[in-house]
Design a protein around this ligand. Structure first.
Ligand code: NAD
Length: 274
């Protein structure tokens, strides 16, 4: 890495994660905040992005002009919403930025647009940027690979009351790790809701339950239920800062890399050791 800190733009800078990202950039000596962007109409536009994030003023007001911000930047940290992330990915590709995507709830069409952008730029996307959850995914993959399909896999997650998508991106990531361990596809095996007379559980399926309430940052439990015994693998996020710090590390990792669509596995190399 050069001696100059990497110039990063935070989009969605007034959001829960956006504020944590502004703080994480300010704490990392290898990175510097280049611009802070919000959506048109946000009441935070024009306010100092440091102050909005709970820091001392940094002299960088929140603006809505992503194009202008991207021109001289090197990376963008994006924990916003699917439509916004898809739009930012095209701009980031044009500007050849490292695009770190934490946004969850994206559908197949959105992901195809990200893949298209990743032909020209480095895109690092993860449903969870914490070391602990990525370690958990590696453990889940290993357990699912070793235990037979008579061990039922259920994933339970809980998040704060404002979360808009379910199951969480992290729960889906853990489900994908379990499916990969079993050598099956998650889309064919996931059971994402149960209600009423559902019939008995179908062997080999991977179930999800999403709880919402209060201010919970993110709890995930993967239950492997066998006959007469049960394993529970659990992760509890205590601070949004850890996702933000992981996202800044991902941006630094992506600088100067070949265009492509990367994940935290590429950065942490955890699944290879599983
Ligand atoms: P939030 O609603 O608090 O913040 C989102 C922000 O994005 C808002 O301030 C909103 O105004 C802004 N925004 C929306 N559209 C925009 C646009 N077009 N241009 C600029 N800004 C725009 O939500 P949050 O809790 O911060 O979560 C954001 C996303 O990050 C969600 O998808 C959430 O699931 C995800 N998330 C991912 C991880 C991870 O590790 N991958 C961790 C936590 C949250």
């Amino acid at each position: 890495m050069s001696n100059q800190p990497m110039r990063l733009v935070v989009v969605g800078a007034a959001g829960r994660m956006g504020k944590a990202l502004v703080r994480a950039v300010s704490e990392n000596p290898d990175a510097v905040l280049h611009a802070a962007i919000e959506r048109e109409g946000s009441p935070f536009v024009g306010q100092d992005s440091g102050e909005v994030a709970g820091l001392t003023p940094n002299g960088l007001p929140i603006t809505t002009d992503a194009l202008e911000a991207f021109v001289k930047a090197q990376g963008v940290l994006d924990f916003t919403a699917p439509a916004a992330t898809v739009a930012f990915s095209a701009l980031a590709a044009q500007a050849r930025l490292v695009h770190v995507v934490g946004t969850t709830g994206m559908n197949e069409a959105d992901l195809e647009r990200l893949d298209a952008a990743a032909r020209h730029a480095v895109v690092v996307r993860s449903g969870n940027f914490s070391l602990g959850v990525n370690m958990l995914a590696a453990l889940v993959k290993r357990a699912a690979a070793s235990l037979g399909t008579d061990w039922d896999i259920e994933i339970v997650e809980m998040h704060h009351r404002m979360k808009v998508d379910a199951p969480s991106g992290t729960a889906l990531m853990l489900g994908a790790a379990a499916a990969e361990g079993r050598g099956i596809s998650l889309s064919n095996s996931a059971v994402r809701a149960r209600d009423g007379h559902t019939g008995a559980r179908v062997e080999g399926t991977i179930g999800f339950q999403a709880l919402r309430g209060g201010s919970v940052i993110g709890d995930h439990t993967v239950i492997l239920a066998g006959n007469g015994e049960r394993i529970e693998l659990r992760h509890i996020a205590e601070d949004r800062g850890l996702f933000a710090q992981g996202a800044v590390k991902a941006a630094l990792w992506g600088l100067g890399r070949k265009p492509g669509h990367y994940s935290m596995d590429d950065i942490l190399g955890l699944t290879e050791t599983a």
